[in-house]
Design a protein around this ligand. Structure first.
Ligand code: AMP
Ligand code: MG
Length: 285
């Protein structure tokens, strides 16, 4: 692949600030830009897996050798938009040793006693790691805004606080891959119904999710504000059409691989080691 082809999916899916209302609208959730169909997507992902795993291992090695770089895959989207599925199918392609996954739920008592970014900062991966945020700091301007969990004067300040915090992390070696999983209301309904119909999915059922659907318009507004205010050059948003699970997996695999390809982590050299001498000693032992 040449360099332009490599950058393709990131370019394609990077949030277009001029089209935010379209982006969070019902249009395009079943689009599959960049891929012909399920079969080709599965083939591509199978090919990409080893590449992604190799890149992640290099990053891990770099981190062990004193590097500071790390990657955070940040997943946001409505209930049943496929955040868990993305973790399973995309993050599952790499060595779990180098992965740190954090799911953010309703803040605990301890978390509530701190600033909203406190628990997020604690979840940042160490150098060399791939961090995964299943939900994130953005809940504090999404559910919090929709349900008035703090006064507007409070959450309104958070967009700028989040941007500043992310820029700080980027300067310290973090690369964010912020993914908005975009599903339609109809697809969400289908998935929530499927959950109810399958005893193996009942553990995921939250009666609140059905009430949340009534708030769909409010969430749309809240997501529009996030995309409008928090897609920065340092940490842009990617919008992944997510009605098709296979497309979601395809797109996120590419976004991660392209990001790591650009970081281009190298196996650390160890000039201090006497490789020849050690090899000889071992052979003679
Ligand atoms: P789940 O992802 O299904 O485990 O659900 C986690 C729930 O926690 C979701 O309803 C989130 O909106 C909620 N949640 C996450 N972060 C926050 C937050 N900062 N404040 C309030 N609720 C939150
Ligand atoms: Mg849920």
């Amino acid at each position: 692949m040449d360099k332009t082809a490599r950058m393709d999916v990131r370019k394609r899916l990077r949030l277009d600030p001029a089209a935010i209302s379209v982006t969070v609208g019902e249009k395009g959730t079943d689009a599959t830009p960049g891929v012909k169909g399920r079969k080709q997507a599965a083939k591509d992902v199978a090919k990409l897996g080893p590449k992604l795993a190799d890149l992640q291992e290099r990053l891990y090695a770099e981190g062990k050798a004193g590097g500071t770089r790390r990657v955070v895959l940040l997943l946001q989207g409505m209930d049943a938009s496929g955040k868990d599925g993305a973790v399973k199918h995309v993050v599952g392609l790499v060595n779990p040793t180098g992965v740190k996954i954090t799911s953010f739920g309703k803040p605990t008592g301890l978390e509530r006693r701190h600033d909203f970014l406190w628990r997020i900062a604690r979840a940042l991966p160490a150098p060399g790691y791939l961090g995964v945020f299943n939900r994130s700091q953005y809940e504090d301007v999404l559910i919090v805004r929709v349900h008035n969990l703090v006064p507007p004067a409070e959450w309104k300040k958070r967009y700028a606080l989040i941007n500043a915090w992310e820029a700080e992390q980027v300067a310290a070696g973090v690369t964010f891959v912020k993914v908005f999983l975009h599903i339609s209301q109809a697809e969400q309904r289908k998935r929530l119904l499927a959950r109810l119909a399958d005893v193996r999915k009942h553990w995921k059922v939250n009666p609140g999710d059905i009430d949340e659907r009534v708030m769909w318009e409010k969430y749309r507004e809240a997501y529009a504000a996030v995309l409008e205010r928090c897609s920065t050059d340092a940490a842009p948003w990617y919008v992944v059409p997510a009605d098709h699970k296979w497309y979601r997996n395809w797109a996120i695999s590419h976004l991660l691989t392209e990001t790591l390809q650009e970081l281009d982590p190298q196996w650390p050299a160890r000039p201090e080691l006497d490789i020849t001498g050690m090899t000889r000693a071992l052979k003679e032992s």
